[in-house]
Design a protein around this ligand. Structure first.
Ligand code: NAD
Length: 488
C-alpha cells in the first residue's frame, strides 16, 4: 500500500506498519505488542521485522540516497518544513499514542511532539557550506561535504520521536536516506511519524522498522549501511560500535549520563531547589540529561533539602491531566529502578521524601519522587545512572573537592553549577568533565548547539553544524591551473 496524501489523507492511528520504500508493510506471521505502562493493557500489534525486511529497506534506502543526494539543499529544507507543519497538525493524535506507549503525562507528551516540530524548523535554519581553504593564483583548495548514503538511527524508549528527529533531520538535510529503528517498547508514534513523512520525501528517503531485540544488530551489521547514529545505554553502545567496526561504518553514540549539579553557598534555596526538582522528576527521571546527583554547599544544605522536599510534594504522580509525572515506561526498567531502591533500604540510607516502594493505589509501573539525604559517595544511587525518580543530595564544603567528586565517574553527559557569582560558576563549570555545562539551568539543548558526551557518555556529535557534518564525507579538492608548475 503506498502512502500519499491523495490516497490516504488521514493517518489511521490504530494500525501500525513498517514503512519500507514508500509503502506500508506488515509482517502478518510475526507481530508483537508493547504494554501501556499506565494501564498495563496490551498496546496494538506492531511488525517484527526480519532480515528480509531489513534487506528490502536497505536496498530502497541505497536507491533513494543516490537520487536524494542530487536534490538541492533548499528543496530538502522545504520538504522538512512541510513535514514539520504536518506533524503540528496531527500533534494531538501523536501525543495520544506517545502517552499510550511511554506513559508520559499529557503535558510532557505534547511537549515532546512540540519539541519535534520546533527542532525540525530550527534544523532548517542551519546550513552546511563547503569551505575555501586557500584561493591563490597558483592553487585553490576547497572542502565540501557529501552525503554518506544510508543512515540508520537507533533510539531508546524515553524520548522515542524527539531523539530520532535529531538524527533523521540532519541525515536527510545533508542528502542521506534514513532508516528509523524504533525501540521495541515504543514503536507506535515513531511508525506514524515515518508514515506521515512519506507525503514529503521520495520513497526510501525515510523508512521505519519495528521489531524485537534482534533488529538492531541486523542493521548495525549490514554492509550497505554507511552510518549508525545510536542513542541508548553505554553497554549497548559498546556493542553497536563493535558491530559497526566490522564493516568500518561510521557511528555516532549518545549514551548514558550521571549528571551532577553543584549548588553553591550563595543561592536562593527555594528557587534553586524548585528548578532542580522540576528537571530531575520530569518524566519520572527518565531523561539522559536530568541531574542525577546534587552536591549542595553545607551552608545551604538544610535549606535546599527542606525546600526541595516541600516543592517536590507539589509534583503529583499519576495518569490524570493535572499530574506532573507518569510511570516508569516499561516493566524491565521498572524492575531495574526497584532494585536500586531496594539497595537504598539495604544500605539504610535516609529517605527525606518519597518511598522505596511503588505506591499501592496507582496500578501501572508507578514510583513516587524520592529524595535521599546525604548518602555516601559510593552508594549505588550516587554511582549508577538511576534513570528514575530518585535523587541523592550530598553536602560539600571545598570547591576542588566537589569538582573531583562530580568528575569521579565514567560518564560525562551534562553538569550544572548554581550560583549568583557567575565567575565562580564558570570557574567550576569549566573544570567539569561533561559535554554540556549549564549555569543556573540544566538540560537546555537545541538543534543549533552541538551536543556530545565526554568519556563513556558518547562518541561524535549530534546537532549543530557539527551534527550535520557527522552525516557527511569530507572531500578536499585541490585545483591548479592546467599550465601551472606541479608542486609536491
Ligand atoms: P538500550 O541501550 O537498551 O536500547 C537502545 C536501543 O538500542 C533500542 O532501540 C534497542 O532495541 C536497541 N538495541 C538493543 N540492543 C542492540 C544491539 N545489540 N545492537 C543495536 N541496537 C540494539 O537503551 P534504553 O533502555 O532504550 O534507553 C535508556 C538509555 O538510553 C539510558 O542509559 C539513557 O541515559 C540513554 N539515553 C541517552 C541519551 C543521550 O542523548 N545521550 C538520550 C536518551 C537516553
Amino acid at each position: 500500500m503506498t502512502v500519499n496524501e491523495t490516497e490516504n489523507p488521514f493517518l489511521d492511528f490504530t494500525t501500525f506498519y513498517n514503512i519500507i520504500d514508500g509503502e506500508l508493510s506488515s509482517t502478518p506471521d510475526n507481530v508483537r505488542h508493547a504494554t501501556n505502562p499506565i494501564t498495563l493493557e496490551e498496546n496494538p500489534a506492531v511488525p517484527v521485522s526480519s532480515i528480509h525486511d531489513v534487506n528490502r529497506a536497505v536496498e530502497a534506502a541505497a536507491r533513494a540516497a543516490k537520487l536524494w543526494a542530487e536534490v538541492p539543499w533548499e528543496k530538502r529544507v522545504s520538504a522538512v518544513r512541510e513535514y514539520a507543519d504536518a506533524i503540528e497538525d496531527k500533534a494531538e493524535d501523536f501525543a495520544r499514542i506517545l502517552r499510550m506507549e511511554t506513559g508520559k503525562t499529557t503535558m510532557w507528551a505534547q511537549h515532546e511532539i512540540g519539541t519535534c516540530v520546533r527542532y525540525l524548523r530550527e534544523f532548517c535554519e542551519l546550513s552546511l557550506h563547503g569551505e575555501v581553504i586557500e584561493d591563490t593564483k597558483e592553487r585553490k583548495i576547497v572542502t565540501r561535504y557529501t552525503p554518506l548514503g544510508v543512515a540508520v538511527g537507533i533510539v531508546p524508549w524515553n524520548y522515542p520521536v524527539q531523539l530520532s528527529c535529531v538524527k533523521m533531520i540532519p541525515a536527510i538535510l545533508t542528502g542521506n536516506s534514513y532508516i528509523w529503528k524504533t525501540s521495541p517498547y515504543t514503536p507506535y508514534c515513531s511508525l506514524k511519524f515515518a508514515e506521515l513523512g512519506q507525503r514529503f520525501f521520495p520513497s526510501g528517503v525515510l523508512q521505519a522498522l519495528s521489531g524485537d531485540d534482534n533488529l538492531g544488530p541486523l542493521l548495525t551489521e549490514h554492509p550497505n549501511v554507511q552510518i549508525v547514529s545510536f542513542t541508548g545505554s553505554i553497554p549497548t553502545g559498546k556493542k553497536v560500535i563493535e558491530s559497526c567496526s566490522r564493516t568500518l561504518k561510521r557511528a555516532i553514540l549518545e549514551l548514558g549520563g550521571n549528571d551532577a549539579a553543584i549548588v553553591c553557598a550563595d543561592v536562593d534555596p527555594a528557587s534553586v531547589a524548585a528548578k532542580i526538582a522540576a528537571v530531575s522528576f520530569c518524566h519520572s527521571g527518565q531523561i539522559c540529561i536530568a541531574m542525577k546527583r546534587v552536591y549542595v554547599h553545607e551552608a545551604v544544605y538544610d535549606a535546599v533539602l527542606a525546600a526541595m522536599v516541600e516543592f517536590t510534594k507539589t509534583l503529583k504522580v499519576g495518569s490524570g491531566n493535572d499530574v506532573y509525572a507518569g510511570p516508569i515506561s516499561n516493566k524491565d526498567h521498572f524492575e531495574r529502578v526497584k532494585n536500586l531502591l531496594a539497595d537504598i533500604d539495604a544500605a539504610k540510607l535516609t529517605v527525606a521524601l518519597g518511598s522505596t516502594k511503588p505506591p499501592s493505589d496507582l496500578g501501572g509501573y508507578f514510583l513516587v519522587p524520592t529524595i535521599i539525604d546525604n548518602p555516601p559517595d559510593d552508594a549505588r544511587v550516587v554511582v549508577e545512572e538511576q534513570f528514575g525518580p530518585v535523587l541523592p543530595l550530598m553536602k560539600w564544603s571545598d570547591e576542588a573537592d566537589v569538582i573531583s567528586r562530580a568528575n569521579s565517574t565514567n560518564m560525562g553527559l551534562g553538569a550544572s553549577v548554581w550560583s549568583r557569582d557567575l565567575d565562580q560558576a564558570e570557574r567550576i563549570g569549566k573544570q567539569l568533565q561533561a559535554g554540556n555545562i549549564w549555569i543556573n539551568t540544566h538540560a537546555e539543548i537545541g538543534p543549533k548547539a552541538p551536543f556530545a558526551g565526554h568519556k563513556e557518555s558518547g562518541l561524535g556529535v549530534a546537532m549543530g553544524v557539527d551534527g550535520l557534518k557527522a552525516f557527511c564525507n569530507v572531500q578536499s579538492i585541490y585545483t591548479r591551473p592546467a599550465d601551472g608548475v606541479a608542486q609536491y
